[in-house]
Design a binder for this molecule. Structure first.
Ligand SMILES: [Zn+2]
Length: 188
């Protein structure tokens, strides 16, 4: 039996003409081909331009990420569940692929800022009478061939000023080196 399916947009309810592809709303409850919720090009384009993200602020709570989004049209979405995948962010609200990608780029910036002082890599070198470290953080802070020693109190002393937060991590990496014998620390 050959049937006819009218191309009627489920958003604006108007009949439309299709080009090479159709937009439709992915709905697992749809059983019948005729029940597919089609979206016309015009409604799709409106939806895409609606989702122009101006800013996004992320936060982490108990290993879950949340995001507040401000759109160029002034709309605000707060406290959305936020799951980072390879190059997109998936939230509990449907948005165009371009917006998901944009959100991911903003997420990366946030993550870099958050991990600015976090040790990414540290290499220890032991030469005669001299031990040095070379390290970089996620924020691109770099220290090269810094001579150091542990004083009698067990505190790390360095030949030049290094941020305390970074030094603490270098000291931890050194402890790891003493246990594992691997002089090249890499953060996971
Ligand atoms: Zn429409």
């Amino acid at each position: 039996m050959i049937c006819t399916l009218n191309l009627r947009c489920s958003d604006c309810k108007k009949l439309f003409t299709a080009k090479k592809h159709l937009y439709y709303r992915n709905n697992f409850a749809t059983q019948n081909f005729a029940d597919i919720q089609l979206i016309c090009d015009s409604c799709y384009n409106n939806w895409e331009s609606f989702w122009e993200i101006t800013s996004a602020s992320f936060r982490e709570e108990n290993c879950y990420y949340y995001v507040d989004i401000l759109l160029a049209n002034g709309e605000e979405y707060v406290n959305l569940d936020c799951t980072p995948l390879d190059d997109i962010i998936v939230t509990n609200i449907d948005m165009p692929l371009a917006a998901k990608k944009h959100l991911f780029a903003l997420y990366q910036l946030w993550l870099d800022e958050k991990r600015k002082d976090l040790l990414k890599e540290c290499i220890f070198n032991e030469e005669f009478m001299k031990t040095t470290f070379t390290c970089t953080t996620y924020g691109g802070i770099e220290f090269k061939d810094i001579a150091f020693r542990f004083n009698r109190k067990g505190e790390l002393e360095v030949e030049r000023e290094v941020d305390t937060k970074i030094l603490e991590q270098v000291a931890e990496a050194w402890q790891l080196y003493e246990i594992t014998g691997n002089n090249h620390f890499k953060s996971k």
